[in-house]
Design a protein. Sequence first.
Length: 577
Amino acid sequence: MAMRRQTRLASESALFLVVLGAIAILLNVLGVFGANLRYDATDAGVFSLAPGSKRLASSLDDQLEIRAYFSEDLPPPYNAMGRYVRDLLAEYSDASNGKISVRFVSPKNDEDKQAAERDGVDRVSDQKLEADSFSVQEGYRGISFHYLGDTKSIRHVDTTEGLEYEITQTLKQLVGEKVKVGVLGGVDGPTLAKGLGSLKQYLPTYELTEVEADKEIPKDIKALLIIHPEKTLSENTLRYVNQYAMRGGSVGIFGGGMKVDMEQGNKPTGTPIDTGLNKLLEKWGLTIDNRIIADAQCGRARMPTNIPGLAIPVPYPPVPIVSFTEEQTKHPALFRINQIGLPYSVRLALNDNLKGDKAVKRTVLARSTQSSWLMEGNPVDLEAKEQWQVPGYNGPYDIGVALEGKLPSAFGAPTVSTTPESEQAAPAQISAPDRAEKSVRVLVFGSGYFMRDEFLPAPQPGQNFFSGGVAFALNSIDWLAQDSDLIAIRAKTVEEPTLAVPQPVKEAEATIRDAIAEKDEAKAKAAFDKRKGAMNAWEAKKAMYRWSNSLAIPGAFALFGIVRWRIRRARKARLTL
């Protein structure tokens, strides 16, 4: 009996060793063949490719080469970028089914440096802070992409935040035709030539084109944007928009109930306008009001004082800061966006025209808070002030609505325009089916100012991180154009959650730069000492993480072995002959 038990224990031990050996061999084989196996435990999936990036990589028709130029001795915080970029590009390669090859180059000799610059990668000069000195170090940290004879590059990588978005957007430019999006022109609102320049720069994978208001909308337009019209749209124009939607086109309407004078030197005022859009929207279950929503949860504006050149920031209720519920942020247009500012937004009034219509889904995407009220008048005084007259808090008010499905037509049979004959061409026979031929998307917001150059900052070189307002503007267009791949990627923020550069180090480094610029030796020395202390604390923290990572896994195996050894020893002690 005892011999059989010993034989069984020996067999179990041998089998355990064989299984461990097989696992080790399998991991080595996977490593040799270049499999990139990682598990991303972050909520936003910031350390793994989004499905849209994987789809794009796997859909390539030809070979694409990526060359990453990263110098080995880059100063902090750039010295850790190379490893992150290497891992990220490996995931693109793995997802491409062999179509993407990656070459990592550390430019050391003149030949490599010249190759980097030919590929569009800049030589950068980075500030390097050592124990007691300050210097400037040159190097490379950029990526170039080569496909079918075309080359595009990320000239210098300044941060890993949003890098996947920039890479995927670059690949889309290389391999795909641009998606056409129309902006309704001739309505006295902002145009691509004046007012929407920043928006256009953010959308290199789209072809934004102006659509004439008095003609049929081209069928190759994937989405139509109507941004802050400031004059009455003719019925023919509204019928063309309705016809486009009934044929399956997406429509985005942003603003249209209030015209705000923001000319420099003038006091800002709002003038109610009737654009006629409600003739289109009423049948679709909502209308646009011409009263501005003011909210106690708001942005800030600079109010002039009696001292020339001095202005102080004060709360500015006409720019509500809209927060979103967890359910609202599941919609692609608001994906993982916590809040945005919506300047000079008017209220949307919902009606029951779609009640019981199972072919259409209506979703309220944005509301003001309960501490909001409506500003009305002709004109509406929008000048910044310390005290605002509040007639009473009557919020919340609806600000944004999404419609999706087979919408009913907003018009019946074609009618002749009411414009006098002397001012119009021959009446157009603009026909449309009674209901949309396929599911369409319509997005209506009470404000479009967040898309205009006055409020939308132009993209900066190397900028990959998006504010809520910018992300919302781009997400909205992606959703309307049914090109949602970039939405999930844009929402990701890549950062070093456990080993981020501590704030004391950043503050000390900023002080050092200021002191050097001011040639203040004493100030620089004190800042260097402060930085040294902060760096020592940071190094201790990093050492703790390194030792934890180094010892945790071996320690777990050792503990497992000790427990197993004690169990086996106890079993042997109980054996009887």
